[in-house]
Design a protein around this ligand. Structure first.
Ligand SMILES: Cc1ncc(COP(=O)(O)O)c(C=O)c1O
Length: 411
């Protein structure tokens, strides 16, 4: 292989037509699952069909007592806010570095969002949460960024000590565990977006919880009428709301649930393939001074297998991160990416507004200083984790690209 970079006139490392990553793998059994569901039902008003099958399979997969499906992960996070009874005047501590929907539904509700700093994996810690504690804080939400599990035992202990509700955004962390426990298990509620994530339904989200009351209130939030009437105990004091719910409908589409059930049947295989790729990339990049994998050590936690996170080491390179990525793209590695939508959201005007019912408010963004977030987001790069039959050539091409470009730009 030529060591002359493609950007400097050398041959491209990867000559494979795109796209280089598509998820899920469209296998014959996935096609069958969707086709069969079209014949069974395209609209389910209760959980007697595919929605119930999906929720039971998902709850078993993550080890949760209850799971409620939603049309999107964002809707499931919105449900969290209302199920917990958060209201204007309350505050929640959330990561500044996360996908926007971890925090936006709380802002929609007029709940104040206090943004906390990140550690070397982009995650909140008990200390960064403690730094934002004020008398109005009632809850904490953490995101297991890019698949790396937060230190949940420490964070849960902090929340218990300060009588705070604990929510987990496990959207990047479907396969993650910390201290042998699946993520989500220490929280009052956990959310899993199933949009293009490790277990996908195309679009969708799942809320899991330990308490039946939270399950029932989540149904009232997004699943009015028949489903509430079938599942909420008639003696519950909120049962009179079963017919109307609380005003909204957020049901998952049956075809999405059918995809989810098929993906959950294959969860063992998905995990095994993705873990193998993660290990291969980690092994191959060991000792690379320019680019390192951002994965918690195996004795601390198990990675959630959403994407592979990398850290660019500017002090060891003759180019900056943007130039490094451009050089990789020129080699044909189109999926080497600096995330566009996931960055410090703390300065967004949505979080500064004071009237949750105004369509919008012309309002200045707030300035924040979160050095951990800045450091993480300024050096982060991601690549897919692949994990489907036939992906070996692409994975090898990306590894060759990262090695070639790193060697060329090493200081
Ligand atoms: C961390 C995180 N939380 C929440 C969401 C929102 O989920 P959805 O797109 O299913 O609404 C996403 C989506 O990518 C996400 O990455």
């Amino acid at each position: 292989m030529s060591s002359l970079l493609a950007a400097h006139g050398g041959p491209a490392t990867i000559d494979i037509p795109g796209p280089h990553y598509q998820w899920p793998a469209i296998t014959a059994d996935l096609e069958q699952a969707v086709l069969q569901q079209t014949r069974r039902s395209l609209s389910d008003r209760d959980a007697s069909g595919i929605l119930g099958e999906f929720e039971r399979a998902f709850a078993a997969f993550v080890g949760a007592p209850y799971a409620v499906s939603f049309a999107t992960g964002t809707a499931a996070i919105h449900a969290m806010s209302r199920v917990a009874g958060l209201r204007p005047g309350d505050a929640i501590i959330a990561p500044a570095y996360t996908f926007l929907a971890t925090a936006t539904p709380f802002a929609f509700e007029g709940v104040t969002v206090r943004f906390a700093d990140a550690d070397a994996y982009g995650n909140l810690t008990a200390d960064t949460i403690a730094a934002q504690l004020r008398p109005d804080v009632r809850a904490v939400i953490v995101t297991h960024m890019w698949g790396n599990p937060c230190d949940m035992p420490a964070i849960a202990a902090f929340c218990r000590e300060h009588d705070l509700l604990l929510f987990e955004d496990c959207s990047h962390a479907h396969f993650a565990a910390r201290n042998g426990q699946h993520v989500g298990s220490l929280a009052d509620m956990a959310v899993y977006s199933t949009n293009q994530k490790a277990i996908t339904t195309g679009e969708g989200g799942v809320l899991t919880m330990r308490e039946q009351k939270y399950h029932d209130l989540a149904l009232l939030f997004g699943h009015y009428n028949k489903r509430c009437q079938h599942e909420i105990p008639p003696e519950a004091d909120y049962y009179p709301f079963a017919f109307t719910g609380m005003g909204l409908k957020h049901r998952m589409h049956p075809l999405a649930a059918a995809i989810g059930v098929q993906q959950l049947h294959r969860a063992g295989e998905i995990e095994q393939r993705r873990r193998t790729i993660l290990e291969r990339v980690t092994d191959r990049l060991a000792g690379n001074p320019v680019i390192t994998t951002a994965t918690v050590p195996a004795d601390t936690g198990q990675h959630g297998l959403y994407v592979i996170g990398l850290r660019f080491q500017p002090g060891n390179a003759t180019v900056n991160r943007g130039e490094f990525v451009k050089l990789c793209l020129a080699e044909g590695a189109h999926e080497v990416d600096v995330p566009g939508s996931t960055h410090d959201i703390s300065t967004e005007p949505l979080f500064a507004r004071t009237d949750p019912h105004a369509p919008y408010q012309p309002i200045a963004a707030r300035a924040t200083d979160l050095p951990g977030v800045r450091d993480f987001q300024d050096t982060f790069i991601k690549i897919p984790i692949w994990g489907y039959p036939g992906d070996e050539e692409v994975v090898d091409g990306y590894l060759a690209t990262l090695t070639k470009v790193s060697t060329a730009v090493a200081a």
